[in-house]
Design a binder for this molecule. Structure first.
Ligand SMILES: Cc1cc2nc3c(=O)[nH]c(=O)nc-3n(C[C@H](O)[C@H](O)[C@H](O)COP(=O)(O)OP(=O)(O)OC[C@H]3O[C@@H](n4cnc5c(N)ncnc54)[C@H](O)[C@@H]3O)c2cc1C
Length: 410
């Protein structure tokens, strides 16, 4: 069977779904979305486990910061179906907990520790005006001082991204919470956090469902434009700049334009520049396992970061504190660390593609890849299409902007 469309969208996560929704809304119906799973939503999918929602791609909450995105989301799931929270997140540190971000909450430690951390931060390279290093580990020491680096940032990031942190670039580190030495000092003196706080300071979570619910509703509204349970296995460049996309169920699709939101490595590219295709091998990512435990936790935190290398997981999502009325918690563990786990949960799900890694050279690689593909009518969108560490609200906004560009080009 062969189907020809103007726009073929690969993947029905938040990016692909939003793009399709926006095309449809603007009376552009010459498109199809192909999705390998039987449920849309990508990393934002949820399942119902032990009488409550479980976000199988990890803890997923909706940031309040993008009104355009919220407006769209609330059309499918009205605001009164969501609870609004002020973020409460902490870091498991030694035998207790410190608020997140670490540098804003050193004041919660005892005085001796505060003095030691402050002394160490005061010695950091950025305070002493030494040149900014280009390697990840050196950058962390330079920015935060040896103590925060050794006791929290390095072990935590190794758990998240892998032991060789020097594979990572430093170009994305401005995304870290920006807390200056002055902010830390002031927070210790006044015993409250100072400094730029991280994202999700306020967030929404559904009252009676998981985060994935809204994406299932968007998917449903797409009707037969969304084809589920079909995995893209190859894309071939044909004459006249048409693209032929082949799927696991033997169906083939011809498209004038392809918008890909799926990992570049997850399918074969045929008839394209070999050097460009070869460079895709250098895109790295991690897989993350989600494991559910039915016990409640004695904390008000919505989630807890775990930097201790002896513990397999790097984060706990305290379900009963944000999915109100449910119980239990779940953990997030990078796949290579699953073997270290000491207890067995009652449910688990492995996400093969969870975090795109910000390796050295990635921005240049992606710039070349995306600009070459764009010239052939193939657009990379979202977390995997752009291989960027975007949250769902960000990819939705990008998809909305792309839809408007495509509509205006018609
Ligand atoms: C642990 C974790 C926690 C996160 N927490 C948050 C949060 O709290 N808030 C937030 O906003 N964002 C969060 N994110 C980010 C969020 O998951 C992403 O921004 C969002 O899912 C990106 O959407 P996407 O459509 O670009 O990609 P994805 O959601 O990954 O969707 C890609 C889709 O493509 C499909 N696909 C892949 N390969 C193929 C193929 N070969 N053929 C057909 N289909 C294919 C997949 O099944 C998937 O449905 C988190 C991510 C992780 C990993």
């Amino acid at each position: 069977m062969s189907n020809r469309v103007k726009y073929l969208i690969l993947g029905a996560g938040p990016s692909g779904l939003t793009l399709a929704e926006q095309l449809k809304r603007n009376n552009e119906n010459d498109f199809l979305v192909l999705e390998k799973e039987t449920v849309p939503g990508g990393l934002c999918r949820s399942e119902w486990v032990d009488d409550g929602p479980l976000d199988i791609g990890g803890g997923h909450i909706l940031d309040v910061r993008r009104p355009k995105v919220n407006e769209l989301i609330f059309e499918y799931m009205p605001e009164n179906e969501w609870n609004l929270f002020d973020r409460d997140s902490s870091i498991h540190f030694r035998d207790g907990y410190v608020g997140h971000p670490f540098e804003s909450n050193i004041w919660q430690m005892d005085i001796e520790d505060q003095v030691e951390f402050l002394e160490s931060i005061a010695e950091a390279g950025c305070i002493k005006n030494t040149p900014m290093p280009e390697k990840f580990v050196e950058w962390i020491h330079w920015k935060l001082g040896d103590k925060v680096a050794n006791e929290y940032m390095i072990p935590y990031n190794q758990k998240m991204f892998g032991d060789n942190l020097d594979e990572l670039g430093t170009y994305w580190l401005e995304k870290l919470p920006d807390v200056s030495f002055r902010d830390t000092l002031r927070s210790c003196l006044e015993r409250k956090p100072y400094g730029k706080q991280p994202g999700h300071a306020s967030f929404y979570y559904p009252k009676t469902a998981g985060y994935g619910e809204v994406f299932e509703r968007i998917g449903k509204a797409l009707g037969d434009k969304l084809i589920l349970g079909t995995q893209v296995i190859s894309m071939e460049l044909m004459e006249g700049d048409l693209k032929k996309v082949k799927c696991s169920d033997d169906n083939e699709y011809l498209a004038e334009k392809v918008v890909t939101t799926i990992p570049w490595k997850s399918y074969e590219l045929i008839g394209f520049d070999e050097k460009i295709v070869g460079s895709i091998e250098n895109l790295k990512s991690t897989a993350v396992d989600i494991e559910y435990f039915s016990e409640n936790m004695d904390t008000s935190a919505h989630w807890i970061y775990e930097p201790n290398p002896e513990v397999s997981y790097h984060r706990i999502l305290v379900r009963h504190n944000f999915a109100l009325g449910s119980k239990g918690h779940w953990t997030e563990t990078r796949s290579e660390r699953v073997a270290l786990k000491k207890r067995e949960g009652s449910y688990h799900y492995m996400n093969e593609y969870a975090y795109p890694l910000n390796t050295i050279g990635k921005p240049e690689l992606m710039k070349r890849l995306l600009s070459y593909m764009k010239g052939l009518g193939i657009i990379g969108l979202g977390r995997w299409g752009e291989h960027n560490h975007y949250n769902s609200d960000v990819v939705m906004e990008l998809a909305m902007n792309l839809a408007h560009r495509l509509i205006n080009e018609r």
